[in-house]
Structures are given as structure tokens and as C-alpha cells.
Design a protein around this ligand. Structure first.
Ligand SMILES: Cc1cc2nc3c(=O)[nH]c(=O)nc-3n(C[C@H](O)[C@H](O)[C@H](O)COP(=O)(O)OP(=O)(O)OC[C@H]3O[C@@H](n4cnc5c(N)ncnc54)[C@H](O)[C@@H]3O)c2cc1C
Length: 402
């Protein structure tokens, strides 16, 4: 078979794989198939500047359209892949069959639905794609009542943008604190305070049992009997990795498509990259599935190298960020609920860091408006430093000196 790569999914990971293949000198055909009508784009701004109307759509694109034309990368948009046959081809729902010596699964994830009555009413939205944002962005006007289900990063970022646009925002979180799965209580408390000061009604320990309205949502109903009047609802309760194609092809799947450090799946010549993968990370000594730009781009580059015969294992300390109001939160490493938590600086201010230690080893840092802590922590975590707790707690002592 002639040299050919078909990439399923035109998100950041799929787009980056195609770009890196050509940049690495791949001279076969490259086809990227994606079900959205857009060329590969970056999602983070969807809950930040793009939602706020501060960024044009073109600024989301990984590369301009001409880039793909000039490099002979075929983009098949609005197209759905039904099945893959490793080492042979990719079948699309319109009947077309693409020959594929190598296949890269970059299928990402889809929003987790909320299976309650009224979830199909008009005015109830999710947030994953450009089209999702375009469906509700114009409705975020002064005095619009917005209810957000889920107090994770995306929900809180939307709350910050909508509040700035003048909406009356309520955040409904099922557990006892926002950011429960991802950060220490001190970080949750900080964001709860900041949002409340901005006028957001943050409610924890509330479970949404349904939405009511004739055809358009008018109220959110909770299991404790409370009701919240609303004009718009945004549900942000996580994603489900798209693994069905891999499963149907008999590939190993366990909380994501199982890949090795070179992004190789259990089937020869099939690779997987981005949010849909479960991969090993030697630096962390564990397998994990990540939902982050850094991982999507790095795995895309890794897959391209593997296809080019220059396979190099991918392992990076994961990092992520969130923008809310004037606060840039930068996170590096993966923390667990049992980690020892040390606060650097004053958590009542808008600039401090939260450090996580496991058996004395620095494993993660959340830096709030402290970019230097973030940069130094990346190296310190990779070096598995065991800092003195008192010095770590002192914001005047640079992390790099520990
Ligand atoms: C609102 C929002 C804010 C975010 N903010 C941040 C942030 O601040 N920092 C950060 O690091 N990360 C952030 N993320 C996460 C980050 O955007 C993702 O980790 C990244 O986009 C993953 O890229 P991906 O290519 O793996 O998957 P995706 O972006 O999900 O792309 C996969 C694409 O493949 C398509 N597809 C799936 N199956 C098929 C099929 N069978 N046929 C055709 N097409 C298919 C999907 O529809 C999708 O278009 C954010 C995400 C969202 C939604």
C-alpha cells in the first residue's frame, strides 16, 4: 500500500499530528476527517475570550486554512468515520472508504449528558464546540438569568465571563465544593469567595433533578425541592472519551484508548492521541487520561514521529490553566486528595500558590497569579524535589532554590 495516514478527528490532537507529519518530512497522503464544519481549532478560548466576544473565530484556528492546502493535507470536514480496519482503511458514513496504511485516532471526547427531565428544552446548552458557543453566546446579556450546572473549570470560567457581561449567574455544584475533583479545598474556597464577590450565586450540595418550561427552559429543579428561575442553562459536567471506533476494531480500551508512550495502540499501525487516550507517564509512574491542550499537542507530535520511524517516548509533567476574572491559575502536576497541602502566600489575596506533597515529594502546584512559581515548579516536580515545608510556604523563597 502507498504511504498514507488517515487521522480521525480534526481537533487539536488530530490537527497537530498532520502538521507534525509534514514538518517531519512525511511524503505520503495525509487525510484528516472531522465531524465539525471547522478546520482544527483550539478549544480553551471557547469558555474564555471567544465566549466574551473578544476573539474572532479565525484566531482559534491551529493554522490558517491555506497552511493545509499548501502542504497537501486533505481536510474532510463535516464527515463521520463509521469504522476502521487496521492496516487497510477507514470507512466513512457517506460510503467513502479511505485507504490508510496508518490510522491515528484523535477522536477526543463528547459532553457528558445530564439524564434528567427537560434536558432537551430549548435554552439548555452544553459547551464543547464553536457551534455550542454560537448557540447561546448572544443570549448572555445584562440581566439574563444563567444557571450553570457543574462547578468545574469550564462552569466557573463561563460564570466569570457571563457575570462580566451583566448576567445574573447561579452555579449549581453537586458536591460540597467547586473544583472538588481537581484542587485542594483552599483553592475551592478562594474561587467561591471570588465568584461570590463578583455577584455569582454559588450553591454546593445541590443536585439538579430536572428543567421545566413549555418549550424553553424557565426553571431548574433540584432534589432538595429548590427551584431557580432561569433563561439559559449551561451544563458542564465533564466529557466521555470517544472510544467506540477503537472498541469496535478490537483495540484495547480502558478509560480511554490504551496506548504506549509512543502513542501506539494494541493494533499495529494504529495510533491514538489526545483526550481519547489512556497513556503511561514515566515521570508520574502511572497511566492516566488527560484533557489538556499540552497533552493533545505533545501526543500529536509523538504520533507523527512514530509514523516517521523516529519514535520517542512522550512523558511530560502535565500542565493546564484557567482564566477567571483577573486571575490566571496555572497548574502543573497531578494532585491526589491525600496529598499534604502547603499554601505559599496569603489565600485571601489574589496571588498565592498551593503546593502538593506526597511522601515529602513535590507532585503538583496551583499557581494563582504567580507565573514564576508555575515555571519553577515544572522543573522542581520533574526533579522530584523534597522541599523543606517552611521554606516552600514562604513566597519570598523561589521554588527553584528549593
Ligand atoms: C470550553 C473548553 C475549555 C477548555 N480549556 C482548556 C484550558 O484552558 N487549558 C487546557 O489545557 N485545555 C482546555 N480544554 C481542553 C482541551 O481543549 C482539550 O484537551 C483538547 O481540545 C483535546 O483535543 P483532542 O483533539 O484530543 O480532542 P477534541 O478537541 O475533542 O477533538 C476531537 C474531534 O474529533 C471529532 N470526532 C470524534 N469521533 C469522530 C468520528 N468518528 N468521525 C469524525 N470525527 C470525529 C470530534 O467531534 C472532535 O471534533 C478546554 C476544553 C473545552 C471544551
Amino acid at each position: 500500500m502507498t504511504n498514507s495516514v488517515v487521522i480521525v478527528g480534526a481537533g487539536e490532537a488530530g490537527g497537530q499530528t498532520a502538521i507534525s507529519l509534514r514538518q517531519g518530512g512525511y511524503d505520503g497522503t495525509i487525510t484528516v476527517i472531522g465531524d465539525e464544519p471547522y478546520i482544527p481549532y483550539e478549544r480553551p478560548a471557547l469558555s474564555k475570550q471567544f465566549l466574551a466576544g473578544e476573539l474572532d473565530m479565525e484566531r482559534l484556528y491551529l493554522r490558517a486554512e491555506a497552511f493545509y492546502d499548501e502542504r497537501d493535507i486533505a481536510l474532510k470536514l463535516d464527515g463521520w468515520v463509521d469504522a476502521i480496519t487496521p492496516g487497510q482503511s477507514v470507512a466513512m458514513s457517506d460510503g467513502e472508504v479511505e485507504p490508510a496504511a496508518s490510522i491515528v485516532l484523535a477522536t477526543g471526547g463528547r459532553v457528558r449528558p445530564l439524564p434528567v427531565d427537560g434536558a432537551d428544552l430549548s435554552g439548555v446548552h452544553f459547551l464543547r464546540t464553536i457551534d455550542d458557543v454560537l448557540a447561546f453566546r448572544d443570549r448572555l446579556k445584562p440581566n439574563t438569568k444563567l444557571a450553570i450546572v457543574g462547578g468545574g473549570y469550564i462552569g466557573l470560567e463561563v460564570a466569570a465571563v457571563a457575570t462580566k457581561l451583566g448576567c445574573a449567574v447561579t452555579v449549581l455544584e453537586m458536591t460540597n465544593r467547586v473544583l472538588n475533583r481537581v484542587a485542594a479545598p483552599v483553592v475551592s474556597d478562594f474561587y467561591t469567595r471570588v465568584h461570590r464577590e463578583a455577584g455569582v450565586d454559588i450553591r454546593t450540595d445541590v443536585t439538579v433533578s430536572g428543567f421545566e418550561g413549555d418549550t424553553t427552559v424557565k426553571q431548574v429543579v433540584c432534589t432538595d425541592g429548590s427551584r431557580i428561575d432561569t433563561d439559559v442553562v449551561i451544563i458542564g459536567i465533564g466529557i466521555i472519551p470517544n472510544v467506540e471506533l477503537a472498541e469496535a476494531a478490537g483495540l484495547a480500551v480502558e478509560n480511554g484508548i490504551t496506548v504506549d508512550a509512543m502513542t501506539r495502540t494494541s493494533a499495529e499501525t494504529v495510533y491514538a492521541v489526545g483526550d481519547c487516550t489512556n497513556h503511561p507517564n514515566d515521570l508520574l509512574g502511572r497511566r492516566l487520561r488527560l484533557e489538556s491542550v499540552q497533552n493533545a499537542l505533545s501526543q500529536g507530535k509523538t504520533a507523527a514521529n512514530a509514523i516517521l520511524g523516529k519514535a520517542e517516548p512522550y512523558a511530560e509533567i502535565p500542565w493546564f490553566w484557567s482564566d477567571q476574572y483577573d486571575i490566571k491559575l496555572q497548574m502543573v502536576g497531578i494532585n491526589d486528595p491525600d496529598d499534604q497541602v502547603i499554601v505559599r502566600g496569603d489565600s485571601n489575596s489574589r496571588s498565592f500558590s498551593v503546593c502538593y506533597l506526597r511522601d515529602g515529594v513535590l507532585v503538583a502546584v496551583n499557581a494563582l497569579n504567580r507565573p514564576k512559581d508555575f515555571i519553577h515548579a515544572k522543573k522542581a516536580i520533574a526533579a522530584k524535589v523534597t522541599p523543606d515545608s517552611q521554606r516552600l510556604a514562604d513566597p519570598e523563597v523561589p521554588i527553584k532554590s528549593l
